[in-house]
Design a protein around this ligand. Structure first.
Ligand code: HEM
Length: 180
């Protein structure tokens, strides 16, 4: 599959209403009423800010993990998933200076990112966008969709990941919540 460009534009237009923009680490982003998510060559509306990323290839996940994910995960756009979170993340220079096997050891062997995440599937649907190579302010734009009743589970997932060793390497994070 070719990499898919995705743009998140905050402003007056878009299917999602922005309910909160909370800086977790580092600076926040300007408030706006709505968020438009555009893919590929779709025209982008003008807005207060736009973050860009690409849905890219897998970096760390093993074949076995991928098969388990494929068997459990749900796609985006489920009618009942009327809540979403856009969480832009930037990791430290020290993180990027490590070799891939060292990063995998922190993310999965020691922090159990995917193993923890799997517990919250299929309720939470997700899509990871890579931004680092685009010269963007964040390395990743993470996107999640869930039903209102699954919000407490999503908060619990966030608390567990943010308490992990992997998050010691996160230097910027903003938690943007949405509804439609
Ligand atoms: C819903 C359950 C989740 C599952 C099953 C999951 C699973 C994964 C997997 C398998 C990867 C590695 C992709 C690769 O091999 O390249 C990954 C990467 C990532 N995830 Fe999650 N995740 C979940 C939730 C979250 C949450 C809640 C956040 C943020 C708050 C998050 C942030 C990230 C980031 C930033 C990366 C890229 C890390 C890097 O490449 O350094 N994930 N996730």
């Amino acid at each position: 599959m070719a990499p898919l460009p995705v743009a998140f534009t905050a402003g007056e237009q878009g299917a999602w209403r922005i309910s909160a923009i909370t800086p977790i680490r580092g600076a926040g982003l300007e408030a706006a009423p709505r968020l438009a998510v555009t893919t590929g060559t779709d025209p982008q509306p003008r807005g207060a800010w736009t973050l860009r990323g690409v849905v890219s290839n897998i970096r760390y996940t093993t074949a076995e993990e991928l098969a388990a994910l494929a068997a459990r995960q749900q796609g985006l756009g489920r009618p009942e998933a009327t809540r979403a979170a856009l969480i832009p993340i930037r990791k430290t220079a020290a993180w990027w200076a490590m070799a891939q096997d060292e990063r995998r050891a922190i993310m999965e062997t020691r922090s159990r990112h995917n193993a923890i995440g799997m517990e919250y599937l299929p309720a939470i649907a997700r899509r990871l966008h890579h931004s680092r190579d685009l010269g963007e302010p964040f390395d990743f734009l993470t996107w999640f969709e869930y039903a209102p009743g699954d919000e407490p589970a999503f908060e619990a997932l966030l608390a567990r990941l943010r308490a992990s060793e992997e998050w010691c390497h996160v230097e910027a994070e903003i938690d943007i919540r949405l509804s439609r």
